[in-house]
Write a protein that binds this ligand. Structure first.
Ligand code: GLC
Ligand code: CA
Length: 567
């Protein structure tokens, strides 16, 4: 292959540990920037915004799926793992993007979706055209139905997006899809599935990709008995590695194969697992150096804005990463969640039946149900807290602008299968779905799509996007964008050994303070009343500080400050 991007610039090549404490920026490609004005974000758009990413100061980009797809699940339904969706670009443009990112000192992680393909994948099409019991069907999970004529699904299972998890094909058999109907699950007992994914991982690694984000990493290995258990029975089964569907111990045999491939590259390719598992101990297996190497923890994403929660989460996760030798990961927002500026402006949930914020979105996003200012203020404090922690910080496009979740999307314009597969009555965890965090970014104050592209936007942008646009925030003192830029720049200067020490003198009640090597102190006030700030040079604060009567500084409520003390 002849691509300039095969060899990364020397500065990028040198460090095999680059991922350990990287600030990674997630791009949801269809909603980032539209280069050709057709309303859909694309690789051209990303290339044109590389200077923006460089100025923001991130170490890497994680690109959500950009593969050919009918978008039954926003691209997580992949037709072809080794190509670019023509709606998004070409392989040549992909190479150009890698070169541009690398040239700007930014690594690239791409999303891999190995639990399921799309129903348009050539293998699934072949399976449909092939008889029962054929090799083509064996690559997926086909079963005969129950009932006299096989008219009942093989089991009563529900998909993660609601609705049945089995769909019948014309000759009467049924296939398993843990997600949407258009996402048939692979059978990872089939050697060709193994071979094909190794081919895919090598394909992108050879093109200069630095790493992979592994979608539904806990789902690949399955062991289905001839007599399938019912949903009720599945629920009773322990998730200790022996469950027939989720987080099986043998899934790690797959990742051991992948690790062997990753380590053939210099520097080794990295991977981060999206693994929803029962305990932190089980998550650690995905993060082992013999496996994927790193795993997301979504604990902060699920936590209320409260000092004791944050402290427990940090303590637990640092302890876990010490066991595996991996580094920790921190996430407040991503393409599946409700943006954290919004979550933190809502009253805390009672019990946790649904995702935080889902009920507010479902109610149409009423202004009297949210304190937007407080939400953003807390979100900025949370981000500064995150960026001072050891480990990797995964940031989601638009959070650097302080964007809120967009609630005002008419039903008929929604795209998420998590919305379309449910009815108002059985709307579960995701509420109205995940479109509200996937609305195309506002780059300018005005224009048909706020500078997203020359044309429209594939999801409607609200009028308030104008004030949150890059144009509005660029160079504006105190803007969220400038806060992120300053924080990321300082972080890369200050980041040292992966240790943290709680400052017990300052911590307590609503205050959480920790020191990093070199005298870098992060203090967060989770409460409402100002507290005294310790002496030292204030490097950055998420909101303006106040003066105390004695001439010292006060840290107001919902604010984080970074203070440099003598080392
Ligand atoms: C992961 C992705 C989500 C997708 C699902 C199915 O959870 O993050 O967006 O819908 O997997 O691929
Ligand atoms: Ca486009």
């Amino acid at each position: 292959m002849t691509t300039a991007s095969l060899t990364a610039p020397a500065a990028l090549q040198a460090d095999a540990d680059w991922w350990r404490q990287a600030a990674v920026y997630q791009i949801y490609p269809r909603s980032f920037a539209d280069g050709n004005g057709d309303g859909i974000g694309d690789l051209r758009g990303i290339i044109s915004r590389v200077p923006y990413l460089q100025q923001l100061g991130v170490d890497a980009v994680w690109l959500s799926p950009f593969y050919p797809s009918a978008l039954a699940d926003g691209g997580y339904d992949v037709d072809d793992y080794r190509d670019v969706d023509p709606k998004i670009g070409t392989l040549a443009e992909f190479d150009e993007m890698v070169a541009a990112l690398h040239g700007a000192g930014i690594r690239l992680i791409v999303d891999v979706v190995p639990n399921h393909s799309s129903d348009r994948h050539e293998w699934f099409q072949e399976a449909l055209a092939s008889p029962k019991g054929s090799n083509a069907r064996e690559r997926y999970i086909f079963r005969d139905g129950r009932g006299e004529n096989g008219e009942l699904p093989p089991a009563d299972w529900t998909s993660i997006f609601s609705g049945p998890a089995w769909t019948r094909v014309p000759d009467g058999q049924w296939y398993l899809h843990s997600f949407a109907t258009e996402q048939p699950d692979f059978n990872w007992k089939h050697p060709e599935v193994h071979e094909d994914f190794l081919r895919t991982l090598a394909f992108w690694s050879d093109r200069g990709v630095d790493g992979f984000r592994i979608d539904v990493a806990h789902g690949l290995a399955k062991d289905l008995p001839a007599e399938l258990p019912s949903t009720a029975e599945l629920k009773e089964m322990p998730k200790d590695g022996s469950h027939p569907l989720w987080d099986r111990d043998d899934v790690h045999e797959i990742y051991a194969e992948w690790r062997e491939l990753f380590n053939r590259y210099d520097p080794p390719r990295i991977a981060v697992a999206e693994a929803w598992v029962e305990t932190p101990e089980r998550r650690a297996k995905y993060a082992s150096p013999e496996g994927l190497g790193q795993a997301f923890n979504f604990d902060l994403m699920e936590a209320d804005f409260a000092a004791e929660h944050f402290r427990d989460i940090v303590t637990d996760n640092l302890a876990q990463s010490a066991v595996t030798g991996s580094s920790t990961t921190w996430v407040f927002s991503n393409h599946d969640g409700i943006r954290h500026a919004t979550r933190y402006g809502l009253p805390p949930r009672e019990g946790r039946p649904v995702k935080q914020g889902a009920a507010w979105v479902a109610a149409g996003g009423p202004e009297d149900g949210i304190d937007r200012e407080l939400g953003l203020r807390r979100a900025r404090a949370a981000t500064l807290f995150e960026l001072a922690l050891p480990g990797s910080a995964y940031l989601y496009q638009g959070e650097e602008l302080g964007l809120h979740e967009v609630a005002e999307i008419p039903d008929e314009q929604r795209q998420d299968p998590a919305f379309w597969r449910t009815t108002a009555e059985d709307r579960g965890f995701d509420g109205l779905g995940r479109d509200g965090c996937r609305v195309p970014l506002p780059w300018t104050r005005s224009g048909s799509s706020f500078g997203f592209g020359e044309g429209g936007a594939h999801l409607p942008q609200p009028a308030w996007f104008a004030d949150f646009s890059v144009e509005a925030e660029d160079g504006a003192a105190g803007s969220t964008l400038e806060l992120y830029r300053s924080a990321l720049r300082l972080r890369s200067e200050l980041q040292g050994a992966e240790t943290l020490e709680w400052d017990e003198e300052l911590s307590g009640g609503d205050v959480l303070a920790f020191a990093r090597p070199g005298g870098w102190l992060s203090v967060t006030n989770f409460g409402a009343e100002p507290v005294a700030l310790p002496e030292g040079e204030v490097l950055l604060a998420s909101s303006p500080l106040e003066s105390a009567d004695d001439g010292g500084l006060l840290l107001p409520g919902a604010t984080t400050a970074w203070v440099q003390r003598s080392a």
